[in-house]
Design a protein. Structure first.
Length: 321
């Protein structure tokens, strides 16, 4: 029972710590005079990927590389099918803006790049792992994506979640950052330390745990943010949060993890999950272009229901694998 206690306590520490760190860092950035757009697209976007980031760092350090890659792929599938589905059911997600359509396409390209790097390199074929060089390539792609985000036209039409950034006093801001760092450190460590025992108890692989339970829980920040945005009918923020998180998960989280320790890629297990992620992203792009239900150029409530149903199928397939 102690293992399960620390496992779930770890998630509480991790999620609360990530929120405190983002709140404190955002406040410091605001007090320092950083543009709201810069804070929103870096600190806030990074914050929703912090749970995956911390778990993967500990998993890489301790050699649990199956967990590292499964956590990211599972989180991205959860974001694309479950979170976008729930948000669309609450309020149809308008996709008339060119920015979100392009970013969704870039998310698909990042997934295809990940498969390519996992299977091939400049020096060998069928290697089936992500090397430190691959990690550097992913981080360079992240830099290119950020440059694109801050380029002229995107800079002018991006919302940056400005209204979510609250300014606090210096002492409180620094305190939130320090408490946040402690929370995500201990939370991430407890989760990774407990996963191996829980996987054995349930008769599941670490990959299955990473694809389902851990992925769903680490996606809670995206879920909460998207639900709030959908209730406010701010659907641009809802889809931007999900797509941005998917890009950060692949480029930043896996890039950093691979640099710490090369990540083993098991084709027999992960190729199917990658195919599910690619198919889910293509389906979202299809819903954007060809409407099932109304309104046009939106992910409708009917399409949101389809995405949620496919997430249930994904869970069943993953737990039986």
């Amino acid at each position: 029972m102690e293992t399960y206690f620390y496992f779930f306590l770890g998630f509480i520490f991790l999620l609360v710590g990530a929120k405190w760190l983002v709140d404190g860092a955002g406040s410091i950035g605001k007090k320092s005079g950083l543009p709201q757009l810069v804070i929103g697209l870096t600190i806030v976007a990074l914050g929703t990927s912090l749970p995956e980031m911390v778990i993967n760092i500990f998993a890489s350090i301790e050699g649990f590389t199956d967990l590292a890659i499964a956590n990211v792929i599972g989180s991205n599938i959860t974001n694309t099918l479950l979170i976008l589905g729930i948000a669309a059911i609450i309020h149809p997600i308008g996709m008339t803006g060119r920015k979100n359509q392009i970013n969704t396409f870039l998310s698909l390209m990042a997934t295809l790049l990940l498969i390519l790097l996992a299977h091939y390199s400049f020096f060998e074929q069928n290697k089936n792992y992500l090397t430190r060089l691959d990690g550097i390539i992913l981080l360079l792609m992240l830099v290119a994506f950020l440059i694109y985000l801050f380029s002229g036209k995107n800079r002018s039409d991006s919302n940056g979640n400005d209204e979510e950034i609250k300014e606090m006093g210096w002492t409180r801001s620094v305190g939130f950052v320090l408490l946040g760092v402690l929370g995500i450190f201990f939370g991430g460590k407890w989760i990774v330390d407990s996963t191996d025992q829980i996987a054995r108890d349930l008769g599941l692989s670490q990959s299955a745990i990473g694809l389902t339970l851990i992925a769903a829980t680490t996606s809670l920040p995206e879920l909460v943010t998207s639900i709030v945005a959908a209730l406010k009918k701010n659907t641009d923020m809802a889809v931007g949060n999900v797509v941005g998180s998917n890009l950060f998960n692949i480029l930043m989280v896996l890039g950093t993890s691979a640099i710490i320790t090369p990540i083993k890629y098991v084709p027999e297990l992960m190729d199917m999950q990658m195919l599910i992620l690619i198919s889910a992203t293509i389906l979202v792009l299809f819903f954007i272009k060809y409407d099932i239900g109304k309104p046009k150029r939106a992910i409708s409530q009917v399409e949101g229901g389809i995405l949620m149903a496919l997430y249930v199928v994904f869970l069943i397939v993953s737990l039986k694998a």
